[in-house]
Write a protein that binds this ligand. Structure first.
Ligand code: F6R
Length: 241
């Protein structure tokens, strides 16, 4: 596991964005695994800027997002589909049909999860971007005695709904379920980039990266992966020395 701790978030964003640019430069038809939430916003902004400056095209790139809320339409401003268009896809030359998110509005969520997994089997992710939940979740794989390997519907923990309520006008509006890639699918990525910011996540960073490997802290399973790059700001990394 390669751990980088940055003095400021702009440096972290540049490092992460340049890693994605280098991946696409080396492999123009790269498969990128993407995340939402507040953590990647600066990275996507920098990725847009650097790709223009360095003349890097995403026209042959495929993307898979980790998760989507159940019940929100793609046009809903709180949906992850909307988030991805707003923060990244509409600013780069990636064809819309190359971008994939789980469909939280599917009439048959189970069938849709299986179809998502089939696509992930066919197109292995080159680099998967991850944020980290306060409870150690990755994607929306919440701590539990057992975890699912593949894409599945998950009931969101109250703490997760509360943490995400800041993006909605009230807690009641936060969906109670989401569709998420499973930990098995995440661990199949060739490389994983875990990004964590803020003092409020310092303890879970330490637990995930140095504590026991347990499904009660899903991010701890990353310790089993051969190629994980961890990017922390100074606050998130303050318990790592
Ligand atoms: C988002 C996702 C979640 C977030 C995590 C951290 O697609 O899968 O696991 O990465 O909840 O969220 P933020 O970045 O908002 O602190």
């Amino acid at each position: 596991m390669e751990i980088h701790i940055f003095d400021d978030n702009a440096q972290l964003d540049t490092f992460a964005a340049q890693y994605f640019i280098d991946t696409v430069t080396r492999k123009p038809d790269a498969v990128l695994g993407l995340a939402t939430g507040s953590t990647p916003i600066g990275i996507y902004g920098k990725l847009i800027k650097l790709s223009k400056e360095q003349n890097v095209s995403f026209r042959d790139v495929t993307t898979f997002n980790l998760d989507e809320y159940v019940g929100l339409t793609k046009d809903d401003e709180q949906s992850y589909a909307y988030y991805m268009n707003h923060h990244l896809f509409s600013h780069i030359d990636i064809p819309q049909q190359m971008t994939h998110l789980p469909n939280g509005r599917s009439a048959d969520l189970e069938a849709d999860c299986k179809a998502y997994d089939r696509m992930l089997e066919e197109q292995r992710i080159d680099v998967q971007l991850l944020g980290l939940g306060h409870n150690g979740h990755i994607g929306f794989n919440e701590p539990a005695p057992e975890l699912s390997g593949g894409t599945h519907v998950v009931n969101l923990e109250e703490a997760t709904r509360e943490a995400n309520a800041r993006f909605f006008s009230s807690l009641d509006e936060v969906p109670k379920q989401a569709v998420t890639m499973g930990v098995g699918s995440i661990l199949k990525a060739r490389a994983i980039m875990l990004v964590v910011r803020g003092a409020d996540k310092a303890a879970i960073v330490k637990r995930a990266l140095t504590g026991p490997i347990t499904t009660e802290c899903p991010a701890s399973l990353l310790q089993t992966h051969p190629r994980v790059i961890v990017l922390l700001d100074r606050e998130a990394g303050r318990m790592m020395n």
